[in-house]
Write a protein that binds this ligand. Structure first.
Ligand code: OOG
Ligand code: MG
Length: 260
């Protein structure tokens, strides 16, 4: 029996995107707009190739949960992707910029999930299952030329996920919805905003994950969930320290290096 044409197209795009990340070289956007289902299937293919190579899934990330991000990229649907253990940079650790294409960095909030969550559990149950929160950085790096994509393209590309950093975990505070967020390169602030920019309240981002049904977005004990950027993404500097500060939650940072 011949493979379904959609499955063939998904497989080709998975291989193309996988190679793009391996070589740190951008590829052309697909000729035709992908359906969301096909796009999540391509994303799943990328996860499966990483798992087959010995990596593990460490969590889930949301995208386009703030107006600033939606306007910057021209997309207004909330999307999600997976986080790999191998793409985590330890807090304060070095990120090798030479392995990325055109990286940008975003200030985010991270949730830690305390237990496996069933498919049919309510958004409130997901919120109640969070056992810690932390300031976080996400480095995104579209595998498409010029960092340009349509909705299906960016879902297929695992929502541009490249690296992530989580600061020290904090007890879950009574509220998270109006905290100042600041992104800085060395001592210069390059973006500033509020956690309110994330769908009014970062908890809302977690609730909206319920609406996304791809199997690999199900939440497991110990997973990290990134709620999405509170500000526009900013091009990663060539070198130096990148830091996020969230009022009352502390900070997280990484140092950009470039190995020869
Ligand atoms: C897609 C990823 C968006 C966020 O935090 O909104 C994202 C992109 O902008 O390339 O991670
Ligand atoms: Mg992000």
């Amino acid at each position: 029996m011949e493979a379904h044409p959609d499955a063939e197209a998904a497989g080709r795009l998975t291989a193309l995107l996988h190679g793009a990340a391996e070589r740190a070289e951008a590829v052309r956007q697909p000729d035709h707009e992908l359906s969301e289902d096909l796009a999540y299937a391509v994303q799943r293919g990328l996860l499966d190739s990483s798992l087959a190579a010995g990596d593990t899934q460490a969590g889930v990330k949301l995208g386009f949960t703030s107006r600033a991000k939606m306007e910057q990229m021209g997309i207004d649907s909330v999307i999600a992707g997976f986080l790999l253990a191998s793409s985590r940079v330890p807090d304060g650790g070095e990120l090798d910029r030479g392995r990325l294409i055109h990286p940008r960095v975003e200030p985010e909030i991270a949730f830690r999930i305390g237990r496996d969550i069933g498919r049919d559990e309510s958004p409130d149950a997901v919120v109640a299952a969070v056992d810690a929160v932390a300031p976080a950085l996400e480095v995104i790096d579209s595998r498409y030329r010029d960092f340009r994509f349509r909705l299906g393209d960016v879902i297929a590309d695992n929502t541009s996920a490249a690296r992530w950093v989580v600061g020290p975990w904090q007890e879950v505070p009574p509220e998270l919805d109006a905290r100042a967020v600041s992104l800085s390169f060395d001592d210069d602030e390059v973006a500033a905003g509020s956690t309110a920019a994330i769908l009014g309240d970062p908890w809302e981002a977690l609730r909206q994950l319920r609406g996304l049904t791809a199997d690999h977005l199900a939440l497991r004990a110990g997973y990290v969930v990134l709620a999405g950027a509170a500000t526009e993404a900013v091009a990663l500097p060539a070198s130096g320290r990148v830091r996020v500060r969230v009022a009352g939650l502390g900070e997280a940072s990484l140092v950009v290096g470039c190995r020869p």
